[in-house]
Design a protein around this ligand. Structure first.
Ligand SMILES: [Mn+2]
Length: 434
């Protein structure tokens, strides 16, 4: 039995506000689906962040609808869970994926956490924020017990595991993951990860496009972007990486100012041979120069042949200043918040709560922030006993995780107010990296 595993397509993402970049994400998604159909797999798993936003545009919804109809035609079922970008945490709120259930999408959700494909168990939990990681562990535990009853089992989950996350942004540690699944179909980390774990394989297929400029990195050069095909007919699953070419290149280079003129000429030639205008990420460093003047030269020379021109400049004197600032460590809002909260409360749970609130409030997800704080408050200050009890809830095959997560993830059923929806639709700066 063979299946395709993909993740983090972020349909609807519009990098730097460029319409071309939004189209790139749709194009690359369609190419992944083409290749999956060509590979003639038995089913597909998508591990979350299908959409860039929990209120996707019509274009983004259509891009997925097209893909789903094509998979239907090829008689390939697709399973999906919601990620941090495309889920709504509040109880009763409907994530966009729900739109596609009637036309074949098998949504792994609180209501329907468990499926089977022949002898294979496919189960999972939607994204759970770090301040609720206790609920995540309990859910994993229940699913893990169920997995013992099956010949082969797949856990689908959109979470950051400490080993592959930077700083303190994970929701779970590798040592806390259940051990008895054959395959861990992970989402959230945008780099490619394939690792032996437990009795099987743990894979993050990574994002399908370069969602942040920083993803044009070593991992991308080595593993590319794309999906994996997994063969379950062996003792340990066999994983084949399938790379899908991106619609345009990310051209990245640090140029020594002393060699500026000759490098610029070479870059211009290289870029002109490309089919599509690339994204340009140039840094001019060293020497003594006027940034504004150098910018004009770059713009004049390359402006027409690139999609995005955003050079950065580090002349010698800036380099010195930067080194001084670097030593005292520039604090981003996330680190700064954690530092202050830690000074005041010295409590890891409160730290996680503050970061979850920052992540949601900074993108205007007021309803989710309220959910998270209500949940935290009731868990820690009101009904400790009830939560302990809920930890012991048994999930049987025929049950769903609904009541279970009800106790763990929610005690309050809030209606989405007009104010919420206005705030949620206003796009602001994001602090979450994945
Ligand atoms: Mn993502």
């Amino acid at each position: 039995m063979r299946f395709a595993h993909l993740s983090d397509s972020h349909l609807g993402a519009r990098q730097f506000g460029l319409l071309e970049r939004e189209t790139d994400f749709y194009d690359v998604f369609a190419k992944n689906i083409d290749k999956i159909i060509e590979k003639d797999v038995d089913f597909v798993i998508h591990s979350g962040d299908l959409f860039d936003n929990n209120r996707p545009s019509t274009e983004a919804l259509l891009a997925f609808q097209k893909a789903l109809l094509r998979l239907n035609e090829a008689k390939i079922p697709i399973y999906a869970i919601a990620g941090n970008h495309d889920s709504i945490l509040r109880k009763g709120a409907l994530p966009p994926q729900v739109l596609f259930k009637d036309i074949g999408l098998k949504l792994i959700s609180d209501n329907h956490p468990v499926y089977t494909e022949g002898p294979v168990l496919i189960c999972g939990v939607r994204y759970v924020p770090s301040s609720q990681s206790r609920a995540l562990k309990s859910a994993y535990d229940q699913l893990s017990k169920l997995a013992d009853k099956y010949l082969k089992s797949i856990l689908v989950s959109h979470q950051g595991i400490d080993k592959w996350m930077h700083e303190d942004t994970h929701e779970i540690e590798l040592s806390e993951m259940p051990q008895n699944f054959d395959y861990y179909a992970m989402g959230h980390v945008h780099n490619y990860v394939e690792e032996d774990f437990g009795k099987g394989k743990l894979v993050y297929p990574g994002s399908m496009e370069i969602w942040r400029t920083s993803e044009s990195n070593e991992n991308y050069r080595e593993h590319g972007k794309g999906f994996v095909v997994v063969d379950l007919s062996y003792d340990k699953p066999q994983v084949e990486r399938v790379k899908i070419d991106l619609p345009r290149e990310f051209y990245k280079e640090v140029i020594d100012y002393n060699k500026f003129d000759e490098r610029l000429k070479i870059i211009k030639e290289e870029i002109q041979s490309l089919d599509n205008k690339p994204m340009l990420d140039l840094t001019i460093a060293g020497g003594d120069f006027d940034s504004a003047e150098v910018y004009e030269v770059i713009k004049e020379s390359l402006g027409d042949s690139v999609l995005n021109l955003r050079p950065s400049f580090k002349p010698d004197k800036v380099l010195e200043e930067e080194r001084i600032i670097d030593e005292t460590k520039i604090l981003d809002p996330r680190t700064l918040l954690q530092k202050r909260v830690n000074e005041k409360y010295g409590n890891d749970e409160v730290n996680k709560l503050s970061v979850d609130l920052l992540d949601n409030l900074s993108v205007g997800r007021i309803g989710d922030a309220k959910f998270i704080s209500d949940r935290f408050y009731s868990q820690h200050y009101f009904n400790e006993e009830e939560s302990e009890e809920a930890d012991n809830v048994e999930i049987k095959e025929s049950d769903n995780l609904d009541d279970y997560l009800d106790n763990h993830l929610d005690n309050h059923s809030d209606d989405l107010t007009q104010e919420d929806s206005e705030n949620e639709s206003s796009k602001q700066m994001r602090f979450d990296d994945f």
